[in-house]
Design a protein around this ligand. Structure first.
Ligand SMILES: [Zn+2]
Length: 704
């Protein structure tokens, strides 16, 4: 047998993937009977609105390593792939596509818009599947799920019903984070904060003076508030004061609330419940004392009829005009205005527009901290209990603290969105859809309940959830809460969180910087094995991995090294018979023992999720020990100098040498397989070894 002179990754990788697919071993039900105990990973479904990027390649590699390793250890492995319709995210991508075409989603009939987005998404989904295969993903395609599959929606609706029955869902008027560009509400985690400098104005409210940035919302003021302990204003509390405004005389009540900071401005604040979440809460605490909220800004960020002459103006323009007019009327003291008052402004995480807090009717909320009627613990508390009780282990451990801290300050979750693209909320008259994280938060159990019969019983709870730490709150926290709530069990035992892929200078990759690495382009040039190694070596969980082309090239060279070494071993097997007992020298035995020690160490690293160490160890062993030392040392035994070459002793030496090389090669290939599955499988197919399996993929991992 002989391997071709040069390794052609492009040709081999496609051929080998087909071999695996044909073997059926991606499907746990088709694995040999010795694979008994399940090991399950549910793939985080990539958003089906574009091609896979380098971050996807990272998660595919990490999860494929875990799955391949456990499969070789004899586990009944299921890696369930999927694709996410990704509600708002996809809507944003699609909006941009429409914009380019000179169209606008608000002018397209709802049904047609939905159909168009569905077609767009399904086409992307197909591209993505092809790309996952290129990266070597050994997932079970027969169980692939899409977040809009009918039977997934059914499970999502069941959970929604259960939440309703348990009194954990309510509908109400609530202040939401509104993006005036995207025309939808956003959850608290979809908001980013930025420090800005804006003028802080001091304005007169009858006998009182107060400081505010948001002058334009004053038409929506329903009270002024002071701290109950603030002695300066105690005589005003509970009384109405007469005020002069731009629209004439008015009366307004003074209330006392703990939320007012006596140190801010004058210690008096205006209360505008329709346009400020803190004021909204103040109103809720004083619901009988002050009038209903008055909305003065519309969904497009413009002032409405309650603003009199300022109607139709955008916030910024109105603010400046109002400041002028008030100053003229003596209602604002320009001398006191702080021009560069520093404060945090909430922005839409997608478009960066300033969030306009707004009261919306018919909003759906899930109570996160209230007990369900049928149970003892709230969604939040049951998740915290599971994590504190080590039912779920975080890798790296430090992110457990971050998780627990965030859970402390959890507010009710607004799960309704005003976009077309998503799962409709049953019984919602205004046609809203669920927040996409409400459905993907149920992904581990929804997938297993909707695939083959018995899957849920067999594969749930799953073993590992591997994803980016940036979606710890968006997704992981919700999966833990909803998983425990709906099934009674934590959805996974380990949470492995990876970082954000960066370039050589540790910069974020972005199109504008021109430092983006297209994973599929790289696979085409250097092979998926090389990319996988480059993504794993040195990549510790929770930290940002660094990748650049030379690094990938380096592992392409490693693939060449593996190929040449294997070629050498296979070319020198003349007369070798795997069935004949070999007499090994003491040195041979020591060489094998040394390998076993290394293999044992690598196994330990694998078991403890330190793939970045395991991959480096096998790399060094193969290159610097097996190739540089062992092969070199064996050359005299393989090519004995005549005339003793034909003697019985020389033959025995040669046979021992051949045995040593083929054994160490095949065992090393096993250890390399989870990281570099294609080249190792291709060589394995040519090995003349005993008890060979159909694929290296189902070979037995090193056992001590
Ligand atoms: Zn936006």
């Amino acid at each position: 047998m002989e391997l071709p002179t040069a390794y052609n990754a492009k040709e081999v990788e496609d051929k080998i993937y087909q071999l695996w697919e044909k073997s059926g071993f991606f499907n746990p039900d088709k694995l040999p009977l010795r694979h008994k105990k399940p090991f399950t990973i549910i793939m985080p479904p990539p958003n089906a609105n574009g091609s896979l990027h380098i971050g996807h390649a990272l998660f595919v590699t990490l999860e494929d390593i875990m799955i391949r390793y456990q499969r070789m250890k004899g586990r009944k492995t299921l890696w369930l792939p999927g694709a996410d319709h990704a509600g708002f995210e996809t809507q944003v991508v699609f909006d941009k596509k429409l914009e380019k075409e000179g169209r606008n989603r608000f002018q397209i009939p709802k049904d047609q818009l939905y159909k168009e987005i569905l077609e767009f998404t399904l086409a992307n989904k197909k591209v993505m599947e092809h790309q996952l295969k290129k990266l070597g993903a050994s997932c079970d395609w027969s169980r692939e799920k899409f977040t809009l599959d009918e039977n997934i929606i059914k499970v999502v609706y069941e959970t929604f019903e259960k939440l309703k029955k348990d009194g954990l869902v309510y509908k109400g008027k609530k202040i939401v984070n509104w993006c005036t560009k995207h025309q939808t509400s956003l959850s608290d985690v979809e908001i980013k904060y930025e420090e800005r400098n804006d003028p802080l104005y001091f304005i007169k409210y009858g006998p009182l003076e107060l400081a505010t940035v948001r002058l334009e919302t004053k038409f929506g003021d329903t009270a002024v508030a002071v701290n109950p302990k603030d002695k300066r204003y105690k005589d005003y509390i509970g009384k109405e004061i007469e005020i002069e405004t731009l629209l004439g005389k008015n009366k307004i009540k003074v209330i006392a609330d703990e939320a007012v900071d006596p140190e801010f401005g004058t210690g008096v604040v205006k209360v505008t419940p329709a346009h400020d979440p803190v004021d909204f809460e103040i109103w809720q605490r004083h619901i009988n004392e002050i009038p209903e909220p008055k909305q003065v800004i519309d969904k497009y960020g413009k002032l409405n009829e309650l603003a009199g002459p300022y109607q139709g103006m955008k916030v910024k323009e109105a603010r400046e005009k109002i400041a002028e007019a008030m100053a003229q009327k003596g209602l604002l003291d320009p001398a006191k205005t702080q021009l560069d008052y520093k404060h945090n402004v909430a922005l839409c995480y997608k478009c960066g527009n300033i969030i306009e807090p707004m009261i919306l009717d018919n909003q759906w909320f899930v109570k996160m901290t209230a007990k369900p009627k049928s149970g003892k613990l709230s969604l939040r508390d049951s998740a915290v209990k599971a994590v504190k009780g080590k039912k779920i282990v975080f890798i790296p451990k430090r992110l457990e603290k971050v998780f627990l801290h965030w859970m402390k300050n959890l507010r009710d979750w607004n799960i309704s969105r005003q976009i077309t693209w998503g799962i409709p909320i049953p019984g919602d008259p205004s046609g809203q859809v669920f927040d996409t994280w409400f459905s993907s938060g149920q992904w581990p159990f929804a997938t297993l309940k909707s695939t083959e019969k018995g899957d849920f019983e067999k594969f749930y709870p799953t073993d590992v959830m591997e994803t980016g730490w940036d979606i710890l709150f968006f997704w992981v926290a919700r999966m833990i809460m909803l998983g425990i709530y709906a099934t009674g069990e934590a959805p996974f035992k380990y949470v492995y969180l990876h970082g954000l892929v960066r370039d050589k200078e540790r910069q974020k990759m972005s199109k504008s910087k021109g430092n983006v690495i297209d994973p599929l382009g790289v696979v085409d040039l250097y092979g998926a094995d090389a990319l996988r190694m480059a993504l794993i070596v040195g990549n510790t969980p929770g930290n940002d991995p660094v990748i650049y082309e030379e690094k990938i090239k380096g592992y392409r060279n490693f693939a060449t090294k593996i190929w040449n070494a294997s070629r050498f071993v296979l070319m020198n097997l003349d007369g070798y018979n795997a069935n004949i007992k070999i007499q090994l020298s003491a040195k041979d035995k020591k060489t094998i023992k040394d390998f076993q020690k290394t293999a044992k160490e690598i196994t330990k690293e694998m078991d403890e999720f330190r793939f970045y160490v395991a991959s480096e160890k096998i790399y060094h062993y193969f290159w610097h020990t097996f190739c540089d030392k062992i092969i070199e040392e064996q050359k005299p035994r393989l090519y004995p100098l005549s005339p003793s070459g034909s003697s019985g002793r020389a033959k025995k030496e040669k046979a021992a040498s051949q045995y040593l090389l083929i054994t160490l090669l095949s065992e090393s290939l096993k250890l390399l397989h989870p990281f570099m599955p294609f080249i190792t499988e291709e060589i394995y197919q040519q090995l003349p070894i005993k008890n060979k399996r159909d694929c290296l993929m189902v070979e037995t991992w090193f056992e001590k």
